[in-house]
Design a protein around this ligand. Structure first.
Ligand code: ADP
Length: 159
């Protein structure tokens, strides 16, 4: 059978245990995951795309993943990677509206695309990169929310 690869796109500014939980679950379904770090998001990022890619690589060692940055339309990126599968995480209902719109828009652009929504463990249901940054900015302990390398990177940013 052909190997199944999916793309997990996002800002990952920075990667959290919530993202990692989604990655682990996605790897139960797909043989390989390409974690695609968005370069030209409409958000102001704390970390550069190179920093975000390196943090993810470090945090996902020994997993069947490939990490790289991308810009432009997701559908074009999927074509380049020769896959039609997209993975996104779903948290509380607040994510639903936006995710639904994105999935429908992508499907309009490329009907073959299938978006898979994966829930996280309830522990990470309310965890976001934004919250983590806010906590770290105020010198709170974020060890239960992000991998060790990210904890260090946040400390250095807010020193
Ligand atoms: P984006 O800017 O594309 O929303 P994020 O890095 O914030 O990028 O999120 C990437 C994906 O990971 C999104 O599908 C988001 O819903 C999901 N995600 C983020 N945090 C969590 C979490 N704690 N649990 C489950 N999914 C999450």
């Amino acid at each position: 059978m052909k190997e199944k690869t999916a793309v997990y796109p996002g800002s990952f500014d920075p990667i959290t245990h919530g993202h990692i939980d989604v990655i682990k679950r996605a790897l139960k379904i797909f043989d390989r995951l390409i974690i695609a770090v968005l370069e030209n998001g409409n958000k102001d990022c704390l970390f550069s795309s190179a920093e975000r890619v390196n943090m993810i690589k470090d945090a996902t060692k020994n997993m069947r993943v490939e990490v790289e940055s991308f810009s432009g339309l997701l559908v074009d990126y999927l074509r380049k990677k020769k896959t039609v599968f997209v993975v996104r995480g779903l948290r509380a209902v607040s994510d639903f509206d936006y995710e639904f719109q994105m999935a429908i828009a992508n499907k309009k652009l490329e009907p073959e695309i299938e978006t898979f929504f994966i829930l996280t463990d309830k522990e990470y249901f309310y965890l976001s990169s934004t919250t983590v940054k806010e906590l770290a900015r105020n010198k709170a302990n974020v060890s239960s929310f992000v991998p060790k390398n990210v904890q260090g990177a946040l400390k250095r940013k807010f020193m």
